[in-house]
Design a binder for this molecule. Structure first.
Ligand code: SAM
Length: 197
């Protein structure tokens, strides 16, 4: 039987030491350094936020005047006073709209998504699922961002990637790709930062 995966690389150890729930926080930190994503007072929607390391970092950056809203299939343990979280499938975009209406949020300043499908092991299936999930993220971002605001996506590269990127470039501005240092060497993931037209 294959050994269970034990996350014990340098990034995971650093995250544990610094009190972050996941090593992925260093991906957001790098993206923030490169794209200047987070500022005090922002309303930030994190789609696929569990266990919550991006929200932990976001909470610090946006400060007490900002608001973080995190959504995931999995429950998220409380993060901070300026963050609220919800258990919800993001494919149900009507449900997301209801959550934001309940929070009295008409627009957000930034959409973050580090979404990853539960992997089947079949590369093309996983890649297609990643694109399908991202299409739901984009629909929500399109509905709640104002022109000029940014959205961060994570997509698995594969057969459909180029067509996905081409479509994005037709409807969003400044489509920029980013590999980040904390991604695992074998990972096919790429982050994409897009600006609402
Ligand atoms: C890599 S993790 C996100 C890590 C997070 N950025 C952090 O820093 O803690 C990917 C997340 O995507 C979520 N996810 C996958 N499909 C989803 C869906 N349809 N709706 C909501 N969340 C989903 C998973 O439950 C998982 O928590």
């Amino acid at each position: 039987m294959p050994k269970p995966y034990v996350p014990n690389d340098a990034w995971s150890r650093k995250a544990a030491k610094e009190g972050y729930r996941a090593r992925s926080v260093y991906k957001l930190m790098e993206l923030d350094r490169r794209f200047h994503l987070l500022r005090p007072g922002m309303i930030v929607l994190d789609l696929a936020a569990a266990p919550g390391s991006w929200l932990q970092y976001t909470a610090k950056c946006i400060g007490s005047k900002g608001r973080g809203i995190g959504i995931d299939l999995q429950p998220i343990k409380p993060i901070a006073e300026n963050v609220r979280t919800f258990e919800q499938d993001i494919m149900d975009t009507n449900a997301i709209q209801k959550i934001l209406a309940g929070e009295k949020v008409a627009h957000v300043d930034l959409v973050l998504s580090d979404i990853a499908p539960s992997t089947s092991g079949v590369r093309d299936v996983d890649q297609w699922r990643s694109i399908e999930l991202n299409q739901a993220v984009i629909a929500v971002a399109d509905r709640f961002l104002k022109p000029g605001n940014l959205c961060v996506l994570k997509v698995f590269r594969g057969a459909d990637f180029d067509a996905f990127l081409r479509d994005l470039k037709h409807t969003w501005d400044d489509v920029r790709l980013a590999q980040v240092q904390a991604s695992r060497d074998r990972s096919k993931e790429v982050y994409i930062v897009i600006r609402k037209r």
